[in-house]
Design a binder for this molecule. Structure first.
Ligand code: GLU
Length: 452
């Protein structure tokens, strides 16, 4: 009876979210994944009953949508759409990246902001959840066009953010260059030099290790997962997707720990490098990304040990550990089936929501070690939190100090996931663990602060 009630509650909840947020498939996907694990937990906690905590968490505190007009190099006027989703501020100022990509829309940013709330809670640092972006495509734009776009975007955004209100950072399409332009415009308009953005350059308040942090954190997390079955990265074959900042950090750290990364990918297909992506090839990833033409194929032109597989995903390559590090919904059920057939033991998400719900269920059903991005990629935002701390105390920590704190945070997140996700068989369901552990802190803060 009890079980039936909980199932019904989950279905009712999802139906409401669906009706209220039509045409938002990514947002619905993210909420569903949380609802199926968190609602049964809520049902066991008397103090949460009737408080509509998850309902409140699934409704942004504020959504800002604005016009971003700018002038391109030809003198033509361009119009983009800018967003900032201020999802949840129960445990700290809104915090989360900005994405510039043609696929950006309300659904994508709401899913990201929703996930960010749980992720930031898991870091144990005082950061609420937010996300922003624009449907601007930086590909093929000149430096000056990117600068003018960033200035136009910040001209509106600066009215809504601040170091104690909302602290954006980078995400896909927003790296050090964009953060610099965004910071410059904020400072000019507000006449304030503050830690309003993270991912800043070292010369103006950035933190060492922030560029590497997401990828390193993912690998520190995967190390902990492997440790639960008495294994480590030494001698492991690892497949990675993407070739951006996150993939770069992952490849660097896996290689350092004795693993061999054999793939990276782009929108055009994937690269298989039988010799492993190490040494100068790792630094080449940065060049590839900076080239701005989004072609993984260029890697194969440069390094003859690599084969390019056009239009394919790297999940068909036999591996011990798979690390999806590109973007949402890039690993489908058929990929999960192939990975499992080929003997994968650990799948650690580095991107946000790269696996579809049925792919996740396939991994869980087959007892593969599987961690959701909101847990395993939290090292990026955690190090942003460390950047905020350094800005507040007006000091810079050494890379060793930041890296040690990052590692400690990732070990802590792993432990929290284990505490809430361990099943009777001993198998750790990291999806359940991450969702519940992330939920609890936000829920407690919301309960304490009343209906606001
Ligand atoms: N965009 C990153 C993420 O998905 C980092 C956000 C931040 O540093 O605020 O977590």
């Amino acid at each position: 009876m009890e079980h039936f009630n909980v199932e019904q509650k989950i279905q009712d909840f999802i139906a409401k979210i669906e009706a209220r947020n039509p045409n938002e498939p990514e947002f619905l996907q993210a909420v569903k994944e949380v609802a199926v694990t968190v609602i049964p937990f809520i049902a066991t906690k008397k103090q949460y009953s009737g408080m509509k905590l998850l309902e409140r968490m699934a409704e942004p505190e504020r959504t800002i949508i604005f016009r971003v007009p700018w002038v391109d190099d030809k003198g033509e006027i361009q119009v983009n759409r800018g967003f900032r989703i201020q999802m949840n501020s129960a445990i700290g100022p809104y915090k989360g990246g900005i994405r510039f990509h043609p696929t950006v829309n309300l659904s994508v940013l709401k899913f990201l902001a929703f996930e960010q709330t749980f992720k930031n809670s898991l870091t144990t640092l005082p950061m609420g959840g937010g996300k922003g972006g624009a449907d601007f495509d930086p590909q093929g734009k000149s430096d000056m066009e990117v600068m003018r776009f960033c200035q136009a975007y910040m001209t509106e955004l600066c009215k809504h953010i601040g170091p104690e209100t909302d602290v954006p950072a980078g995400d896909i399409g927003v790296g050090a260059r964009e953060i610099g332009y965004l910071f410059g415009q904020y400072k000019k308009i507000r006449n304030e030099f503050t830690g309003v953005l993270t991912g800043k350059g070292l010369a103006y308040g950035g933190s060492l290790i922030r560029p590497e942090a997401t990828g390193y954190g993912v690998v520190y997390f995967a190390e902990q997962m492997l440790k639960t079955i008495g294994q480590d990265f030494a001698g492991k074959t690892v497949t990675v997707s993407g070739f951006g900042n996150v993939a770069w950090g992952v490849v660097k750290k896996v290689t350092e720990l004795g693993g061999k990364v054999v793939t990276i990918s782009g929108p055009d297909g994937y690269i298989y490098d039988k010799d492993g992506i190490s040494g100068e090839k790792i630094e080449y990833l940065l060049e590839l990304r900076a080239s701005g033409n989004n072609r993984a194929a260029d890697y194969a032109d440069k390094f003859p040990s690599a084969e390019f597989h056009a239009g394919k995903r790297p999940w068909e390559v036999k591996c011990d550990v798979a690390i999806p590090a590109a973007t949402q919904n890039e690993l489908f059920l058929e990929d999960a089936q192939l990975l499992v057939e080929n003997g994968v033991i650990c799948v650690t998400e580095a991107a946000n929501m790269p696996s579809t719900l049925d792919a996740i269920n396939h991994f869980l059903d087959h007892k593969v070690l599987f961690s959701p991005g909101k847990a395993s990629n939290a090292g990026g935002v955690a190090t942003s939190g460390l950047e905020m701390t350094q800005n507040s105390i007006r000091l810079n920590w050494s890379s060793e100090e930041v890296d040690a704190r990052l590692k400690e945070i990732m070990i802590g997140i792993h432990k929290a996931c284990r505490d809430y996700g361990k099943e009777e068989s001993g198998y750790v369901n990291y999806v359940k663990g991450a969702n519940i552990a992330g939920f609890v802190k936000v829920a407690e803060a919301m309960l304490a602060q009343g209906v606001v």
